[in-house]
Design a protein around this ligand. Structure first.
Ligand SMILES: [Zn+2]
Length: 485
């Protein structure tokens, strides 16, 4: 796309993980409930029903504002945005229009090449979600369970310039909202949704070009693809000498393609006005202080600390702070034992992340706890067990829930470092493989690894690898007996 510059802004809807909905006492999380079972007169828009704001929603919104360095408006308002949707029974959505809870701020996004993109935030506002509509067998079915679920909409300035940057921004945002526990941030479950504004212009022109909006993107991968396609489409139009029309485009996740929804109506009149049923949201200094004090160490702060305090390489620190549970697990393991940080980091990256992947779970839910991992590392460091057995122990503790030392005793896993025993096994393996032994002697010394592997297999990984290597070399290098004398 040389010769052109893309300008991208994102509007994300973040579903807050509050217990109840934004303005009533209905449960917010309906994922396991039948349609229309978490509803009441307020969230179904019955005449005369009186909403009242959920304090937890306000606290979580403020928490998010603080994490992205936004200014908090001490007084903000709820407004009605009037439009008609079948799944929005009020005929309006309660949102914050001209005086939102948060304004300004930024989120720094680290790209893989090590470059940082600072994405400025225009504003953060609270609003309620609509219900869901689905078409089935010629019927239009409405489920209002989601109606009134609290959202924060976070709007960026157009600071992004490629599909990769937009995807990285979303990854960073998702990590943050989970980390500070304001949202589950699952895009597939629509807990994090994003609309993207894309415009393309020839490089060097002052105006970023006319923008198109892509709606309904429901995964990071789709964000990357949809933006990539849209940039290409706009370049094709410009190359053909046509001007870009202001469209609203829908991402079709099944077909993996973009579809035009409508030409964007400019200045839709939503007839915003203050919701007369809702009082202004007032954030007191005490409340702000309490939320500040309750804020956990943020992911980028912790990453830096891991590098400074523990001397971890940038790669390790980034991987270990991908989510809060994993970074907690690392520190708890470190504190539970005497191993050095890099050792613990290696065990985390090789064994614990593997277990998390295999089991599709987070560190918090693993059966093996930091204390167990610390014990295993100590057993390996003290040469009570071999490193290979240490790895097996991780799986054994995970599947049995037993203590590592108990397993070592029960299953006789202690390191085999009896010179005589190992020598016997080595000799037998050499005798059984005369061809390999001969090849070794003619100079292919890398075969020592193969022989060591055989001994390890024989001893179920228990043999002292260093001692085994020494004995094997000794035996292999010994002059073969000339049978004819
Ligand atoms: Zn309700």
């Amino acid at each position: 796309m040389s010769g052109y510059i893309a300008t991208i802004g994102l509007e994300t809807h973040i579903q807050l993980n509050t217990k109840t909905k934004a303005f009533c006492a209905c449960r917010a999380d309906s994922r396991n409930d039948p349609p229309n079972s978490n509803i009441c007169p307020i969230c179904t828009g019955q005449p005369g029903a009186l909403p009242s704001p959920n304090a937890e929603m306000v606290r979580k919104a403020v928490r998010l504002c603080l994490a992205v360095h936004a200014d908090i408006n001490k007084i903000s308002y709820f407004d009605r945005k009037n439009y008609l949707y079948a799944d929005m029974p009020n005929g309006y959505q309660v949102t914050q229009n001209d005086r939102p809870i948060g304004a300004g701020g930024f989120l720094d996004v680290e790209m893989e090449e090590g470059r940082t993109v600072r994405v400025h935030i225009d504003n953060l506002h609270m609003e309620e979600d609509a219900g869901k509509t689905k078409n089935e067998n010629g019927f239009r079915l409405i489920d209002l369970n989601r109606s009134g679920v609290p959202l924060v909409e976070m709007v960026t300035r157009p600071d992004l310039h490629s599909a990769e940057e937009a995807a990285a921004y979303l990854v960073q945002l998702r990590r943050l909202i989970r980390w500070i526990d304001v949202s589950e941030g699952n895009m597939e479950m629509a807990q994090l949704r994003c609309d993207v504004n894309v415009s393309v212009a020839p490089e060097g022109t002052a105006h970023p070009g006319r923008k198109c909006e892509i709606k309904n993107i429901n995964s990071i991968d789709a964000v990357r693809k949809a933006i990539g396609f849209e940039i290409e489409r706009q370049i094709r139009e410009l190359e053909a000498g046509r001007s870009i029309e202001q469209w609203t485009i829908e991402w079709d996740n099944d077909a993996k393609e973009l579809r035009k929804m409508r030409s964007k109506e400019n200045n839709v009149d939503y007839r915003f006005f203050r919701d007369p049923n809702l009082m202004p949201v007032v954030i007191s200094e005490e409340m702000l202080e309490a939320i500040r004090n309750d804020m956990p160490e943020l992911p980028w702060e912790r990453r830096k600390r891991f590098m400074n305090e523990y001397g971890l390489p940038a790669y390790d620190a980034a991987l270990l702070t991908a989510d809060r549970e994993t970074s907690d697990y690392f520190e708890e393991t470190l504190k539970a034992g005497k191993a050095n940080p890099k050792q613990v980091s290696n065990w985390m990256m090789n064994e614990i992340l593997r277990l998390m992947n295999d089991n599709g779970t987070c560190a918090q839910k693993l059966t093996i706890r930091p204390k167990g991992l610390a014990e295993i590392i100590a057993l390996v460091e003290s040469e009570t067990v071999s490193p290979a057995v240490g790895k097996q122990l991780v799986d054994m503790v995970q599947s049995s829930g037993k203590k590592p030392a108990e397993l070592v005793r029960e299953q006789n896993l202690a390191m085999l470092n009896d010179d005589g025993k190992i020598r016997g096994i080595c000799q037998r393996i050499i005798d059984e493989h005369p061809k390999e032994a001969e090849t070794y002697r003619t100079g292919k010394e890398t075969l020592i690894g193969w022989f060591t592997g055989q001994v390890m297999r024989e001893t179920k990984g228990k043999a002292d690898a260093k001692l085994t290597g020494q004995i094997l070399k000794e035996l292999l290098n010994a002059q073969p007996v000339n049978e004819k004398g």
